[in-house]
Write a protein that binds this ligand. Sequence first.
Ligand SMILES: C[S@@+](CC[C@H](N)C(=O)[O-])C[C@H]1O[C@@H](n2cnc3c(N)ncnc32)[C@H](O)[C@@H]1O
Length: 310
Amino acid sequence: MSTGAQRKRSQNPKSPGAVEARDLGDARQPFDVRRYYDENTRALVRFGQGRSQGAIHRAVFGPGVSNDAEALHYVEDQIATRLPSGDGAAPRLVDLGCGVGASLCYLASRREIRGTGVTLSPVQAALGEARIRAQGLGERLTCVVGDYNRLPDGLVADAAYAIESFVHGSTPERFFAESARVLEPGGALFVCDDFLADAASRARLPDADWLERFRFGWHVNTLLSEPEAVKLARHAGLSHVETLDFSSDLALGRPRDRAIAALVGLLGRLPARSTYYRMLYGGHALQHALKRGWLRYLMLVFRRDGGVRC
Ligand SMILES: C[S@@+](CC[C@H](N)C(=O)[O-])C[C@H]1O[C@@H](n2cnc3c(N)ncnc32)[C@H](O)[C@@H]1O
């Protein structure tokens, strides 16, 4: 861990070369997430729900949302309103699993922030850098290839967030430990993802069967309940502040989803060699689990112990 003086000096780096991405790859990670995103990001950005905004996450039709673009930024808006003040300086953000940098760009358009995005995928990092440059944000944002379980040395942040990336990691205790390491005391961590409503679902049928389909299809390595996540975070020195439940604000059962359900009902797991089909298969299982209430789409908010800046 760096000293306080080092932490203060090492501001958000301006270019990918300014932080050394440490070696990638978690040997314990059964699903190859990096390859998955290298191969599928262009299709996800072109055909996914968030395509208009470059988002690789779900739209949330929460209170006050009047169109798809707002729904795609709903989670980011919740983060923006909870960012630490930065004591007059621009808050430094880390996006833990940044996709193509769309969330950082959006937040930078709303708030005077500086930010670093970390993604396992070199394809995403290149697309992210291009997006940042195209929006004229190169002085404030950067996107690097890295592992959120082994964050770059010298990275320091007032807030960090993970939108739909937490479930991919197979060592959540390392995720929390690394988040705590880079956060200033009092800094905020936001984790928005799918969580088990009840840990007993892991061993109960039919829940377990559908959850396994979701894990297989979406390269999910970790599915925790909220209390399990809170406990791990606590152990890393992160106190739970609040939980926002967006489950009932998701768009489930759209015509596209019904078409996918019919296709998956017909083909089952057979064409799963196609990673794109596998994603549809997992997405169908996810919708089923959300509708049954076995999964909840939550945002957990934590504060790093040792200060009151948030
Ligand atoms: C569903 S996408 C979400 C992307 C982005 N947060 C968004 O909302 O558009 C999942 C992201 O998590 C990233 N990811 C998964 N595991 C990671 C890890 N161990 N370290 C860094 N990024 C990771 C992937 O590279 C990908 O960018």
